[in-house]
Design a protein around this ligand. Structure first.
Ligand SMILES: [Zn+2]
Ligand SMILES: [Zn+2]
Length: 255
C-alpha cells in the first residue's frame, strides 16, 4: 500500500479522465491521496473530489506564484474550510523564485500568514520551495513553524537543509526528480533522511518519474518513486511503502 501525499487531480490535465487515473492508482496499491488545492478554482475542485471518493483527502492553501491574489477573504475562506473532516493540511504555500508573477516580499507575507494560520489551527503545512531554500528556512524559523510541522514537498534542497527541516518537525517528501538519472542531490538526501520521516508523492500532473519524464504524471507512478527510495536505502520496497504510508497517516491524522 502507498500514499501519494501530493497530487493535483484537480488540475485541468485530468479534466477528462480523473476517474480512470484514480482507478489506475488504486490498482497499483495507492491507498490514499491528498489532493492539493492552491487557489479558488483548484480548492473548489479538490473539495468535490474528496466528497466523491472516501480515500481522497485535501490540502487547502495559496500557491506562492499567485500570492498577489491572496486576499484576507480568501485566507478566511481557507480557515473555514479547515473545519472539513477531510481537509488535512494547509498548503501548498511557500516561496517560488523561479516565476516572477508575485514579488518576493508579497510571497513572503502570504507564506507567513499561512504558517500563522496552520499554527492557530494546529494543522500541518505543505511547503513548496523553488529556488528559495535560504528564505524558506529563515521564515520557517522566524515564524516557529515547527509548532505546526508538515511536509517539505518535492524536496530539492541539500542534506544540510533537510536536516534543518527535520529539526523543525517537517517530513521530507520525494517525487519524480529522485528517479531522474542525472539528479544527484535528491538521491543523496533520500539516503540521509530516516525512513520514519520520509514521504512519497507524485505532484502529478507535473514531474513524472523516469521512464515517463516529460509526460503527464499520475498518482499510480508514486510506486516508481517508492521503488527508487527502496533501492537507494537498500531496503525492501514493502518496507518503504508501509513506512511512508504510516508516516502520512500519522501526520494527517488519518486512521
Ligand atoms: Zn509545489
Ligand atoms: Zn503541487
Amino acid at each position: 500500500m502507498l500514499f501519494d501525499t501530493h497530487v493535483h487531480l484537480n488540475a485541468d490535465q485530468f479534466e477528462d479522465d480523473a476517474e480512470e487515473v484514480i482507478k489506475r492508482a488504486r490498482e497499483k496499491g495507492v491507498e490514499h491521496m491528498v489532493v492539493v488545492g492552491f487557489d479558488e478554482k483548484t480548492i473548489n475542485k479538490a473539495l468535490k473530489l474528496i466528497e466523491a471518493y472516501d480515500f481522497l483527502y485535501a490540502a487547502v492553501g495559496w500557491h506562492p506564484v499567485d500570492a498577489v491574489d491572496l486576499t484576507d477573504d480568501y485566507l478566511a475562506w481557507i480557515e473555514e474550510l479547515s473545519d472539513h473532516p477531510k481537509v488535512v493540511a494547509i498548503g501548498e504555500t511557500g516561496l517560488d523564485y523561479y516565476w516572477d508573477k508575485s514579488p518576493k516580499d508579497v510571497q513572503q507575507e502570504a507564506f507567513r500568514k499561512q504558517i500563522r494560520l496552520a499554527k492557530k489551527l494546529k494543522m500541518p503545512l505543505i511547503i513548496h520551495d523553488r529556488e528559495a531554500h535560504e528564505d524558506i528556512v529563515d521564515i520557517l524559523k522566524e515564524e516557529n513553524a515547527e509548532e505546526a510541522g508538515g511536509i517539505m514537498h518535492c524536496f530539492q534542497g541539500d542534506v544540510k537543509m533537510a536536516k534543518q527541516c527535520l529539526e523543525m518537525n517537517f517530513y521530507i517528501s520525494f517525487g519524480g526528480p529522485v528517479t531522474f538519472k542525472n539528479a544527484k542531490l535528491p538521491k543523496e538526501v533520500a539516503k540521509e533522511v530516516p525512513l520514519n520521516r520520509l514521504l512519497v508523492e507524485t505532484d502529478a500532473p507535473f514531474l513524472a518519474p523516469h521512464p515517463y519524464r516529460g509526460k503527464r504524471n499520475e498518482p499510480s507512478y508514486v510506486k516508481l518513486v517508492a521503488e527508487k527510495i527502496a533501492e537507494l536505502k537498500e531496503v525492501e520496497f514493502e518496507e518503504v511503502a508501509n513506512q511512508t504510508t504510516e508516516n502520512a497517516k500519522k501526520l494527517f491524522g488519518i486512521s
